[in-house]
Design a binder for this molecule. Sequence first.
Ligand code: NAG
Ligand code: NAG
Ligand code: NAG
Ligand code: NAG
Ligand code: NAG
Ligand code: NAG
Ligand code: NAG
Ligand code: NAG
Ligand code: NAG
Length: 423
Amino acid sequence: MNLFQNIQPFLLIIILLFSFVNCQNIPNPRYLQTSSLIGNRLYFFGGDLSTTDYRNDNAANITNEVWYIDLSSSFNASTPPWNKDVGMPIGYILSASCASPIDNNSVFLVGGRIISLWTTPIIIGLNSSFKMRTEIQPVIDNYGKVYIFGGNNYTSSKNSYVNYNDMSILDTTSMTWSTLPIFENAPLPSFGYTATLLPTGIIVYIGGYKSTRSGSDDPYETVSMYEIQTFNTKNYSWSTKVAGGDKIGTRAYHSAVLTQNNEIIIYGGSMWNDTLKPATPYLAKLDTSSWMWSITNLSQINAPQLSGHSAALYGDYMIIAFGLNPSASSTSDLDLSNYIYVLDIVSYTWVTSVLPTNTYTPSLNTSSPDTPSPDTSSHLDLIIGISIGTAGIVLLGAVGFLLYKRQNQEFIPTSGTTDYRMK
Ligand SMILES: *[C@@H]1O[C@H](CO)[C@@H](O)[C@H](O)[C@H]1NC(C)=O
Ligand SMILES: *[C@@H]1O[C@H](CO)[C@@H](O)[C@H](O)[C@H]1NC(C)=O
Ligand SMILES: *[C@@H]1O[C@H](CO)[C@@H](O)[C@H](O)[C@H]1NC(C)=O
Ligand SMILES: *[C@@H]1O[C@H](CO)[C@@H](O)[C@H](O)[C@H]1NC(C)=O
Ligand SMILES: *[C@@H]1O[C@H](CO)[C@@H](O)[C@H](O)[C@H]1NC(C)=O
Ligand SMILES: *[C@@H]1O[C@H](CO)[C@@H](O)[C@H](O)[C@H]1NC(C)=O
Ligand SMILES: *[C@@H]1O[C@H](CO)[C@@H](O)[C@H](O)[C@H]1NC(C)=O
Ligand SMILES: *[C@@H]1O[C@H](CO)[C@@H](O)[C@H](O)[C@H]1NC(C)=O
Ligand SMILES: *[C@@H]1O[C@H](CO)[C@@H](O)[C@H](O)[C@H]1NC(C)=O
């Protein structure tokens, strides 16, 4: 029997699968993208497609793609109904997208690492030190004010950078920028955290890294999960909440969503201090009235380990998408995902059949204009279309970098890395 005969059917299968994939129009695996739930559509902007360039010294694989899933009809989570939208003028990673609560046609991507030049809109009083700001998670309130904390101006392992602890506010109604004075009790310079705005106007910052010395990139350490920095958007004051409860490992590049009961569910993340390590437990819940952590009784078996992914809450579904598998054995061969996983947060079970649901927008308890109705499907094409044409997608700053930047030495896979999926 000749070898060729064996190989041929194999090749055929590969080709068929490949063209099937193309027909279905499925996005490539990626991480560090940003996402926004706009009406019934979950949008994904940008992302890093490179499986080799972990320090992001070569930004060639940062994509400008815009994808969305329409959640208004039921689907199988293994075969999500992907739609590709018009690409952005630039590649984009490492910040967050803030959908305007006032103007249905705008999504603000503030800061982050952008690839290729693009004219930024005119912003009154934009602080030049914000340019190149990355590894941040801006949040938008019901008045259309975007709050941006800290981050850094990393571009590649070859350039020096600074971590920040400033708080800036972009008022999207007047396009006015202000940088608040740094208060005495402001957190240390931080990045890689999650930010969640509560209905009370308090922003909760969880995890990430902090510099132990202001104005410097070094040294830095992980932020304890029991030391939670909060910023009150009503009187611009910082305070530290001391959390308790279950044992939650530190993490960065995780995700956080807010439930109707004002609980923050965090998912995934990793540590890149000494090697790529998945955060443990990968799913936990913080009650923001008692500041107690709890670990949900969700089976860890077959659960995805992800970092640099996206998470959004749609009704009772927590939809997790894309990301990097931090259990991968090497940073020169990153294991990226293009799957979506759907967790029912009432029963804490992974579901495959996703049914249409009534969305709710957490009330931010302000007297500002009502948030747009969830039923926006008819004009969503317009959102991206118009946005591109009229700079409705707003980008500030350029270039920043990313994960694993401290690993100037060669990556050494550690044999002791635990596979938490087996627990
Ligand atoms: C882009 O990504 C592909 C797939 O991960 C990789 O093979 C290639 O080397 C990357 N290119 C650059 C310039 O990073
Ligand atoms: C979802 O799709 C997968 C793969 O096509 C299939 O194995 C599974 O049975 C489907 N699940 C449901 C609930 O339809
Ligand atoms: C936003 O969309 C909603 C629903 O389509 C509409 O009622 C509202 O008038 C829109 N708001 C603006 C400012 O266009
Ligand atoms: C970051 O900002 C600092 C202070 O302004 C500057 O010295 C440094 O060159 C900047 N790094 C990059 C990569 O722009
Ligand atoms: C601009 O931001 C820098 C860094 O946070 C800060 O030191 C400076 O005071 C800000 N400038 C203004 C005019 O707010
Ligand atoms: C801001 O408001 C909070 C809650 O009302 C209060 O506890 C805190 O003391 C206030 N801080 C300042 C600086 O006024
Ligand atoms: C992480 O890095 C810091 C500073 O280099 C070091 O003190 C700490 O022990 C490291 N932690 C782990 C888990 O390796
Ligand atoms: C998880 O299960 C254990 C044992 O079955 C139980 O003691 C514990 O209370 C449960 N925790 C939660 C948060 O439901
Ligand atoms: C909204 O604010 C009012 C008054 O400040 C307060 O009584 C109410 O409990 C708040 N609602 C929520 C959901 O936080």
